[in-house]
Every structure is written in structure tokens, then in C-alpha cells.
Design a protein. Structure first.
Length: 108
């Protein structure tokens, strides 16, 4: 597996993690709203722990989103530099990909 493929797989995993974290955060916020009327020492302690975990998860999610955006920007810069340095190779790669995709689509 090439370095580019590993980077792409890592980016996909980060996107999935970010998506999963957003769902988890939304679910936790819903749970906190639903249990807002619950009283008792255990309920109060549980709510405080959930709120702290939720705040921590939001911070980590923001960090992950920033890292993903930075990685994406870096990939765009590298691709742009490659295309400027090797325009005919980029045209050839684009043509080959178009041909392969066309053949795959025409099979259906």
C-alpha cells in the first residue's frame, strides 16, 4: 500500500470518526435534555460526568476537524504543485482515469 493510499484511508477514518462523534454528541445532548428533571444524587453526579465528557468530546472533535482540514489543504497543495510541475503527466493520468471509469460505467 502506498503512502497516498494510507493517507486517504486515514482521512476516511478521520471523517468517519468525526461523523460518529457528532452523532454521539447530539445523542448525549438529547439525553441531558431528557433527564433535566431527574433529581437525586446519582442523577446529578451522572449529569455532571456526562456534561464534562461532552465538553471534552466537543474539544477533541474540533481538533480532529482542524487536523482533517489541514491534511486536506496539504493534499490540495501537493496535487496543485504536481500538476503545475508535470502538466502532461496530469493530463495523461486524468485521461486514463476517465477511460477506466467510462469502461466500468459502460459495463452496467
Amino acid at each position: 500500500m502506498t503512502s497516498e493510499n494510507q493517507t486517504m484511508n486515514t482521512d476516511i477514518a478521520k471523517e468517519k470518526l468525526t461523523s460518529d462523534m457528532k452523532v454521539l454528541i447530539a445523542d448525549l445532548e438529547d439525553l441531558l435534555r431528557a433527564t433535566a428533571g431527574q433529581v437525586g444524587e446519582k442523577a446529578v453526579v451522572a449529569r455532571e460526568r456526562i456534561e464534562a465528557s461532552l465538553a471534552n468530546a466537543k474539544l477533541r472533535l474540533a481538533d480532529a476537524e482542524r487536523a482533517l482540514a489541514d491534511t486536506t489543504r496539504q493534499a490540495v497543495r501537493v496535487t496543485d504543485a504536481y500538476v503545475h510541475d508535470h502538466p502532461w503527466a496530469a493530463v495523461g493520468i486524468g485521461t486514463a482515469l476517465g477511460l477506466v471509469l467510462g469502461m466500468l460505467i459502460s459495463r452496467r
